[in-house]
Design a binder for this molecule. Structure first.
Ligand code: H2U
Ligand code: ZN
Length: 349
């Protein structure tokens, strides 16, 4: 009997982090049979007087939002990281160690419209979101004490998002957190070994193999990574080896906005629901050093497994051993790729 990736249990390697995932395809071999329950569609107003992100409304801290027309950014009123933290540390031998951490947290509204989400926004409006990400990455990153800027979005109650108004967050801080540290190390080792970007080589290989590609345009590829953990996890990767969003050309910015719209349309169409996820950009740290190894990418980690309500749980073996999945990355990519490209709310009267 020959080993078959689509048949036999196996462990897949994540070359970005050095971690492993257990894949059990034999449990999922049957074709799709599950009932697709739809979630209750809530109808939202364009402006919600009780929303703390809508233009003109007051936030919990008492501040009033301006009548913004496109995007709007403010310092998080309940920031997890703060600038005015005294420097200090605690060390009791090797075992009890802590160090103070400085940072800045911001909230970004993607649109003044309370009822929209990224897939329903115009590409030109998403370009404005990208431009704000660029501005914040640049400005926050230029603070001497900010060495890493994490741009991300939590979408949907299932991901702990507190408000349906389209928004994301930025946490900027003095230390590079663990996930980017791992990716930095593995990209660095690869660059040293081969003289090329890990993700540039990976994208080339995936474009040849095709089976994990979801979307492609002139400057970006969206794929389900070979080592995906979440059922419909994807990455948007730039074809060009660029370290951060400040290096985008005008065309790349446009193509990235298109990719964000198209991917989030596919996601919404999968279970005909506003698809929940946590997503965010990985790019070079802002400590002033050169990071030739870094290759820009955007991770999407969606929790849904089988329908608009049935999510994957990371429990048991996954908390104690390795993460595990049944549905293979290849079949997830195939399902996403074959979905209609028009948002389900637009294609139905
Ligand atoms: P999430 O929906 O991803 O939780 O982001 C919303 C953020 O908005 C959250 O971090 C902040 C919360 O601290 N917030 C304010 O800054 N001001 C408010 O008036 C309410 C919520
Ligand atoms: Zn709102």
């Amino acid at each position: 009997m020959d080993f078959d990736l689509h048949e036999h249990p196996h462990r897949r390697y994540n070359p970005l982090t050095g971690e492993y995932i257990l894949v059990s395809p034999h449990r999922m071999k049957r074709p799709w049979q599950g009932q697709v329950e739809k979630s209750e569609e809530e109808i939202r107003p364009q402006h919600d007087p009780d929303c703390y992100l809508c233009p003109g409304n007051s936030r919990v801290g008492g501040e009033q939002n301006p009548q913004y027309k496109n995007t709007f950014v403010f310092t998080n009123d309940f920031a997890a990281l703060k600038e005015d933290v005294p420097s200090g540390s605690l060390e009791k031998g090797d075992l009890l160690r802590a160090k103070s951490e400085k940072g800045i947290c911001k909230v970004i509204c993607f649109s003044p419209r309370h009822d929209l989400t990224l897939p329903q926004m115009e590409v030109s409006e998403i370009v404005k979101v990208i431009e704000l990400w660029q501005k914040e990455y640049q400005e926050l990153g230029s603070h001497p004490e900010i060495n890493y800027v994490q741009i991300f979005e939590n979408k949907g109650q299932m991901m702990g998002c507190s408000n349906p108004h389209p928004h994301g967050q930025i946490w900027a801080q003095s230390t590079v957190p663990m996930e980017p540290v791992l990716e930095c190390k593995h990209q660095g080792d690869y660059l040293q070994k081969y003289g090329r970007s890990l993700l540039e080589d990976y994208v080339k290989q995936e474009l040849e193999e095709k089976e994990r590609i979801v979307l492609e345009n002139e400057h970006f590829v969206t794929l389900v990574p070979f080592w995906a953990v979440w059922p419909f996890e994807t990455m948007i990767i730039s074809k060009r080896h660029i370290a951060n969003i400040l290096q985008f050309t005008k065309e790349e910015k446009q193509a990235y906005a298109q990719m964000l719209k198209q991917l989030t349309i596919l996601y919404d169409n999968l279970f005909e629901t506003s698809f929940p996820y946590s997503a965010g950009i990985h790019q070079s740290p802002t400590d002033g050093l050169e990071y030739k190894e870094w290759h820009f990418h955007h991770h999407f980690y969606p929790p849904l497994l089988r329908s608009a309500t049935v999510k994957k749980f990371m429990v048991g073996y996954e908390m104690l051993g390795d993460p595990q999945r049944d549905i293979t990355a290849e079949s997830s990519a195939e399902r996403l790729r074959n979905l209609p490209r028009v948002h389900y709310k637009e294609s139905k009267p």
